[in-house]
Design a protein around this ligand. Structure first.
Ligand SMILES: NC(=O)c1ccc[n+]([C@@H]2O[C@H](COP(=O)([O-])OP(=O)(O)OC[C@H]3O[C@@H](n4cnc5c(N)ncnc54)[C@H](O)[C@@H]3O)[C@@H](O)[C@H]2O)c1
Length: 323
């Protein structure tokens, strides 16, 4: 299968390297913001070409699927171009920074197009383990966090480009919360700017924030984030249940049942797993193993947008929920 990439940055590179190790997959094209960047990326592959324009790439190459790995503000027209030509796509989170993904999601469902979104925490072995353990327990509340330093790519610190930390980064934890314990019906947030505005020029994102989430099933959650730290501290989700506390971070599930502590680690690389499952779906037409489709991910998007709105207005925001 021939695969095209839109974006030439860190994560386009990450996915392309994984695809490079798979049988039957040819990395065939890159679209970049300049021909130089696109061709530099393309030269790493024996048969790949560089373009500056998505339509041009799609006119000149017959691609089986496309990876979209661009910053949050660059979404919209790309997905619409792929939809028009019915080309399956894998898109990195977040889906965008505005309402456009809702319309795109409706069109994807109408067409039955195969899509996958890079919420890779869903593909971790320890998330599957947590899901199984939760079958036997009653969750009461959850505390999530993404406590780190500021990524130094220019677009990240500009709220009009990234949407802010909760939309751009902490979205992984919101999505994990939905995946493991249920849909969210209301959010209420407080954000503030304490450090980074005066430290890094051009910073307009809030650098601390806390979001309270009410779930449809009665569970209450709080997810907080900061990007003021000099080094990354921790990112994960704690679930408080009638049997104890389960803590999930990127490579460790600590199942703390009072006197008993069990620890589990990932056996497989979730990035490889999500790519294998997506490409297999494209090949066979069976998308049933994809754990994060565009139309599911748009629900996570709605929660993170609502959190930003609540922080601006100071009021809770209700969400439409269908379990
Ligand atoms: N799932 C994960 O763990 C994970 C990790 C890192 C990044 N990401 C996501 O991947 C996306 C990209 O992040 P990155 O780290 O690769 O950023 P980056 O800044 O390294 O790269 C972004 C690339 O997109 C290009 N670009 C911007 N607008 C474009 C457009 N309209 N058309 C084509 N190319 C365009 C830029 O020139 C750049 O090459 C972000 O949404 C980020 O959240 C996900």
């Amino acid at each position: 299968m021939k695969i095209g990439f839109i974006g030439t940055g860190w994560f386009a590179n990450k996915h392309a390297s994984i695809l490079g190790e798979m049988n039957g997959i040819e990395v065939s094209a890159f679209v970049g913001t300049s021909l130089e960047k696109a061709e530099t990326e393309a030269r790493k592959w024996s048969n790949a070409k560089g373009y500056t324009n998505v339509e041009e790439m799609l006119d000149k190459q017959k691609l089986d699927a496309v990876y979209i790995c661009v910053p949050p503000m660059a979404h919209g027209a790309i997905e619409k171009a792929l939809l028009e030509r019915r080309i399956p796509f894998f898109v990195e989170k977040p889906l965008g920074i505005n309402d456009e993904p809702f319309e795109i999601a409706r069109n994807i469902v109408e067409q039955g197009l195969i899509t996958s979104v890079g919420y890779h925490w869903r593909y971790m072995d320890i998330s599957k383990k947590a899901q199984a353990l939760l079958q036997e327990r009653q969750a009461g509340m959850a505390l999530g966090y993404w406590m780190g330093s500021m990524p130094m790519v220019h677009w990240w610190r500009d709220v009009s480009k990234s949407g802010g930390q909760f939309i751009e980064q902490t979205t992984h934890i919101v999505d994990l919360l939905r995946f493991l314990i249920g849909e969210v019906k209301e959010v209420y947030s407080a954000y503030s700017s304490r450090v980074m505005e005066s430290k890094v020029e051009g910073t307009t994102v809030s650098d601390v924030g806390s979001v309270i989430l009410k779930l449809n099933n009665g569970i209450v959650a709080n997810i907080s984030n900061t990007c003021i730290l000099p080094e990354s501290h921790k990112a994960g989700l704690e679930i408080y249940t009638n049997e104890g506390v389960m803590e999930i971070t990127s490579n460790l599930l600590r199942d703390n049942r009072g006197k008993e502590l069990n620890e589990y680690r990932n056996q497989l690389d979730p990035y490889k797993v999500e790519n294998e499952i997506f490409l297999n779906a494209v090949k066979t037409g069976d998308a049933s193993h994809i754990l994060s489709t565009y139309s599911d991910a748009v629900k996570t998007h709605a929660i993170t947008l609502a959190a930003a709105q609540s922080a601006l207005t100071g009021l809770p925001v209700s969400l439409e929920v269908e379990e």
